[in-house]
Design a protein. Structure first.
Ligand code: GLU
Length: 313
């Protein structure tokens, strides 16, 4: 009898501790990118909170994440700030598809568009893509979204390419090595394992955007900024590469529970030094930079966490 009683007590305890936990998922990107390991870092910190069980999902990228966060299929998602802005406001590719339920939770780190080419492709500037096999990006990725913005400004269209690839970023280095493609786009936090791997598999180069083209894009779309991928970051790329960049932003829907949003932001703010050391792309992040380039209204529970930490007034 006593045994049965104890069994029920422990069962009751297990149930109540399970019930107290809130399970949350973070949509990221390809496993060799930067979203995925940084999402893992955020979950690791969030899981210090015994009421949260956080897990990451590898996904197709920004567009997939924003759409699935808004459908409540994902609790949180990593999304490029250009995509966040256009989705919230219903402009560009999201014309007529505005969703005002989108909320920013925190900014994560800057992402810079990399146009990675094989040295043997002889692509030195953007207009050289004519007649080449270029992987613009998989549907659902932010890579495709931003690459097309740049192509558009150059007046380059799909028919100028001999092949327009739709591979995911993780598939691209191998395709480059096998000469199935001459180049691919990746909007990513640097350094990233994907390009490091490409650079050790074959001689690669990164292609700079022309400054006047970058200026024209920024004039029209102020959420872009100019940025430089420093020389020496990837094997064989011994020049600085001028490009455009955005912020990677953690988003949720307006309906995401205050408790989970606050727990995620607080776990990063409370363990900030540990956070900065969890991935090289986080090295230069400051607490203040977590509020830069959000592109959608801040979730009220995130705001509360920033105020409590003294980062926001
Ligand atoms: N920015 C990319 C995208 O939205 C993903 C980058 C990454 O996985 O680190 O598709």
């Amino acid at each position: 009898m006593k045994k049965i009683f104890l069994f029920f007590i422990s069962l009751g305890l297990t149930f109540s501790s399970l019930m107290a936990k809130e399970f949350i998922s973070i949509g990221t990107g390809g496993m060799t990118g930067t979203y995925y390991p940084v999402g893992g870092a955020i979950c690791r910190l969030a899981n210090k909170n015994k009421d949260i069980r956080c897990s990451v999902e590898s996904t197709g990228g920004s567009i997939y994440n924003v759409n699935n966060v808004l459908k409540d299929e994902l609790n949180f998602g990593f999304v490029q700030s250009d995509v966040v802005y256009d989705k919230y406001n219903g402009i560009g590719n999201f014309e007529g598809k505005s969703d005002k339920n989108l909320r920013a939770v925190m900014s994560i780190y800057p992402e810079l568009l990399a146009f990675v080419v094989s040295k043997s492709s002889n692509i030195k500037k953007y207009p050289d893509v004519k007649g080449k096999k270029i992987n613009v990006g998989n549907p659902g990725s932010g890579n495709e979204f931003t690459a097309l913005t740049v192509f558009n400004e150059y007046g380059i269209s799909e028919k100028d390419l001999s092949h327009r690839g739709v591979l995911t970023a993780p598939e691209s280095p191998m395709a480059l090595k096998d000469k199935k493609i001459d180049g691919y786009f990746y909007m990513v936090g640097h350094p990233t394992a994907n390009i490091t791997d490409a650079a050790i598999s074959l001689p690669i180069d990164l292609v700079s955007i022309d400054e006047d083209v970058a200026d024209r894009i920024i004039e029209k779309l102020p959420y872009y900024a100019k940025g430089v991928i420093s020389k020496g970051l990837y094997d064989g790329v011994d020049h600085d590469t001028l490009t455009i960049g955005v912020k990677a932003v953690l988003v949720s829907s307006k309906n995401q529970s205050d408790a989970s949003v606050k727990a995620v932001v607080k776990s990063v703010l409370d363990n900030f030094e540990e956070y900065q050391n969890l991935h090289p792309a986080l090295k230069f992040v400051t607490k203040e930079s977590l509020l830069e380039g959000l592109s959608a209204p801040l979730h009220p529970a995130a705001k509360e966490a920033f105020i409590e930490a003294g980062v926001l007034k």
